[in-house]
Every structure is written in C-alpha cells, then in structure tokens.
Design a protein around this ligand. Structure first.
Ligand SMILES: [Zn+2]
Length: 524
C-alpha cells in the first residue's frame, strides 16, 4: 500500500519486491485479508444518539436495568445524561395482551441507579409514565427533600422522608424537560463511539441515511420522513475534525430532490470521504394483495408515502437529475408500484448507467422478483429482519406466500444484486437489535434456517458486503476488491471464513481494519 492505495498484489516475493526499503511489513501469518466491509444501509446519527440511551424496555429484573445503565456509563464521558425507557415495558405489554392486570412497577430507585452510574445523571422512564432519577439527576434539578411536590405531581419518599428518585406526573415531566437538547457537539460524542463500533466490525464504508438540515428546515413534510436520517453536518464536522474513519455514501431525501440539486449537491461527486448519488424514500407496505393467509392484515401503505403520483414524479425527476432512487419497501403492493415507477422513469428519461435500489425487499411476489431481476436492481437485505420475521411470517403469509418472502436466492437467480446491510442500529430497545457486525450478518445469511434454500453462499455473502455495495455507489473501480490501484481499505480476519460453517464465521475476529492505508483498528 502506498498513498492510501494498493500498489502491489501477488506473492510474498512480488510484494517484497514492490515494497522498497522504507516499507513497513506486516506478516499476517496466514490470516485472511478481505476488502474493507461496506455496509449499504446504516443510521449513524441514531447510533450516535442511542449511545446515551440504556436499552431497558425488554428487561425484567432490576439488576438487568442497572447493568444496562452501567454499560452506557462505561462508554460515555462523565457528567453526560443517560436516559432510557420504558422500564417494565415487556411484562406490561404481555399482561395487556393477556387482558391481565399489569405487574407492579419494578422496584428501582436512585440508589440502584447510583451504583450503576455514580458520575452521570440518569433519568429513566417507566412504562407507567413515572420517571426514576439518580442522585446526580436530582442534584442537577436542585430537588431536595424539602421541596414540595409539583401541582399534578408527586415525588416518592422513603420512610425518613428522603426522595427515592421516583417522580410521578408533572414532577417526572419537569425533570424530563430539564434534559439538555441534542446538539451537534453531543452527536459528535456519540458518533465517536459509533465510528469505533464500525472500525471494530471491519467496516470501512457505510451508505448512511442522511439529510441536509438547511433543506429540512424549510420543508413541510407530510410525515416525519427524515426521522431516522443523520444530519449531514455531523459527517462534515467529523471530517473537518479529522475524526471520520469511514467513507460515507449519503442517502439524502428523495422528496426534497429539487432542493438538494439547488443546494449544489451533484450525483457521483465526492466531498472528501463523503459521497453523493442516491436519494431515499419509504413505501411502508405489507401484504395488501390477495392471496394472503390473513386478508385482514393489510399493511400501512400510506404511512410515509406522500401519494402515488408524487412518488412516481419524484423518482422520475431524481433519475433525470442523475440520482438513483433507493426505496424502502416491504409489502407486495409496494413492490409492484415501486417497479412500475422505476420502469416508467427508465422508459421516460434518457438512457444512463443506473443503480436503482430496493431496500428490504421482504415480500415481493414471484412476478416482482422477476421484474427486479430483469432490471438487475440491487436489493438491500438485512438478515436479522428475516430472523425477526419468522414468528409472524408463517402465520400471516401462509405457506404459499412464505415461499417468496425474503427470497434472497430467488432474487440472485432472477438477476438481482444483493447487498447485505445492517440497517444498524435498528429499532431502539428491540430485544434483538440489528447487529452491526458483518461477520454476524454473513453468518445469518449463510446459515439461514427458515426456508434455507434461500440462503446465500459465503462467497456471495462476502461479495454482498464488498463489491456489490461498491457497485451500488459507482465505486467498483476503487473499492470492493483487493485489486491493484484500488483504495487500501482492508480488513484482516483471524480465520479464513471461506471454509467455515456459519457458527465459526460468527465467532471469527476482526484483527485489523485499514482505511486508505491507515490502520484504524488493531487487536492488541
Ligand atoms: Zn433503515
């Protein structure tokens, strides 16, 4: 490697001959080198903010909640707030589903939280709407034993009249209102941790759902379509500070494509490590077309779609401007409409090299699988979503439709390109959040047990984390393979995963991550 690029590929002798006298030589002792992993779908801004959140909603024991708070406290700087909720949610919702009374609130007070986080203010919401604060939080709020309860509120007290930290009604709400607002500076603190997670996982590039704040501030959106988008300024500021340790292909918002063009953003251009070219939209959908096992389960199609004509026009307009639409779709009707719109844009607009994408692609019908293949579209697959879906899929889809659900192999056979993507960090508080680690996701894709005939091979799964997403961002000439002249973005794995079963792929270690020739992660 020299100047951030690969300058020789071949035998040890070839490499040593090319190295020259001043070169640093790293003997990998038989370990596997792969191109740095490219995660084709992340929400780094969410990951950054969730660094301050204790994931407690699925926990059933006070000790587990204390443990979750301690884990956050161990990562974030002292003095910053730790938040989270809802304590006791899992058990309360189970009781709701049974029609039974909810169990009493989990016994948790300031002292338990103090043990977990003596140096951080902590405020956790309970599922009953009360809050639990630790001593640091109470001190910041200047809450003393003498202070009376707020009108419409109540501060719990122990036998000696001292505050327990449990705050009801307006006392809890007033404490929640004291939390400092999110700022760019706070996001940067969280983003440092998120970037560390990427480096440890061997990820050198992400395709991240992002937004231009200056544009967002001047829009009336019909729903909160940018809810999970990273403020592009976060990436720009990290880059200015020299702290951005992943290349970023920013998915900006399709609905505002005209403003993005007006802001001077051009497709297939780079701003240092940040690159543009794709615009994201949602078509939330589920099964809406017969036959489905449960015809009453008719999706939430209109939740984030503006309306069908606007979406079609945005796709055509963005395509004409040289941007690729990348669209979240799950349901069968959603797929059909999306492909109608993609095909219409391609028919109407001038020919060009396109990299349109289908994000998720859970339930295309057999016909839509064929259409995706015929267009050689990229489908972004998150293996954990298939795992999470098993419980409801068989029941809701019925055996016939289940055959074309999460149809990875069928898509490949039809001619589609597959990206394996994490969609990290997933829904906050999920019992099984979307894993970030490519090796975990490769293991899930290879070791799929539900309709295992749809699993990927290890080679396909690696390609889906390297050359396929490189192609999707028009970077196959500089990324995605260990090739002379390409960027020196590499990962060193402790074992050769090409010969391993899924369980051993999962436990393989990322020993080294290299970004542009610079070692950004190394196992000690
Ligand atoms: Zn997502």
């Amino acid at each position: 490697m020299r100047d951030g690029r690969i300058v020789a590929v071949g035998s040890d002798a070839d490499a040593l001959a090319a190295a020259g006298p001043g070169a640093e030589i790293v003997d990998l002792r038989g370990r596997l080198v792969l191109p740095g992993f490219i995660d084709g779908h992340t929400h780094l801004g969410n990951a950054a903010l969730w660094a301050f959140e204790a994931a407690v909603s699925g926990l059933r024991e006070p000790a587990a909640v204390v443990g979750a708070v301690a884990a956050v406290a161990a990562r974030i700087p002292r003095g910053l707030w730790i938040r989270g909720g809802d304590i006791g949610a899992a058990e309360a919702w189970e009781a709701d589903a049974r029609g039974a009374a909810r169990p009493p609130a989990m016994p948790l007070d300031r002292h338990a939280l103090d043990r977990a986080a003596p140096d951080h203010p902590v405020l956790l919401r309970r599922v009953d709407g009360a809050y639990v604060a630790n001593s640091q939080a109470l001190a910041r709020a200047r809450h003393t034993t003498e202070e009376p309860d707020a009108v419409g509120g109540r501060k719990e007290r122990d036998g000696t009249g001292r505050l327990t930290g449990v705050l009801h009604g307006r006392d809890g709400q007033q404490m929640a209102d004291l939390l400092p607002p999110t700022s760019l500076e706070l996001e940067i603190v969280g983003a440092r941790l998120a970037l560390e997670d990427l480096r440890r996982a061997g990820i050198t590039s992400i395709h991240d759902v992002a937004r231009l704040d200056a544009v967002s501030q001047r829009q009336l959106f019909h729903t909160h379509v940018e809810r999970s988008a990273t403020d592009l300024e976060l990436f720009r500021e990290l880059q200015r500070r020299g702290e951005l340790t992943a290349r970023v292909y920013a998915f900006l918002t399709l609905a505002v494509w005209r403003d993005i063009v007006a802001a001077g953003i051009r497709p297939r251009t780079d701003e240092g490590l940040i690159r543009y070219g794709a615009l994201k939209a949602f078509i939330d959908g589920y099964l809406m077309e017969k036959p489905a096992a449960d015809s009453g389960y008719a999706g939430d199609f209109t939740f984030r779609v503006v309306d069908e004509a606007t979406m079609a026009a945005d796709i055509a307009g963005a395509d004409a401007a040289g941007f690729d639409p990348v669209v979240h779709v799950t349901g069968d009707k959603g797929h059909r409409l999306l492909l109608d719109w993609f095909e219409a844009a391609i028919r109407t607009n001038a020919p060009r090299d396109r990299r349109f994408r289908v994000i998720h692609g859970w339930y295309p019908s057999a016909r839509e699988i064929g259409r995706i293949g015929a267009l050689s579209l990229t489908v972004d697959v998150t293996p954990q979503q298939q795992v999470n879906d098993v419980a409801s899929a068989d029941k809701r889809l019925g055996p016939e439709r289940a055959r074309s659900a999460h149809p990875w192999r069928s898509l490949v056979d039809a001619g589609a390109r597959i990206d394996l993507v994490s969609d990290w960090p997933g829904r906050f508080g999920d019992r099984r959040p979307n894993p970030l680690a490519p090796l975990e996701n490769i293991a899930l894709a290879v070791g799929r047990t539900w309709h295992p005939e749809q699993a990927l091979t290890v080679e396909e799964a690696i390609a889906a984390y390297t050359i396929a997403p490189a192609w999707a961002s028009y970077e196959e000439d500089r990324k995605g393979s260990v090739t002379l002249g390409k960027l020196a973005d590499l990962v060193v794995l402790s074992r050769d995963i090409l010969t391993l079963p899924a369980d051993e792929i999962r436990t393989t270690r990322v020993d080294m991550t290299i970004l542009g020739g610079r070692v950004v992660h190394r196992v000690a």
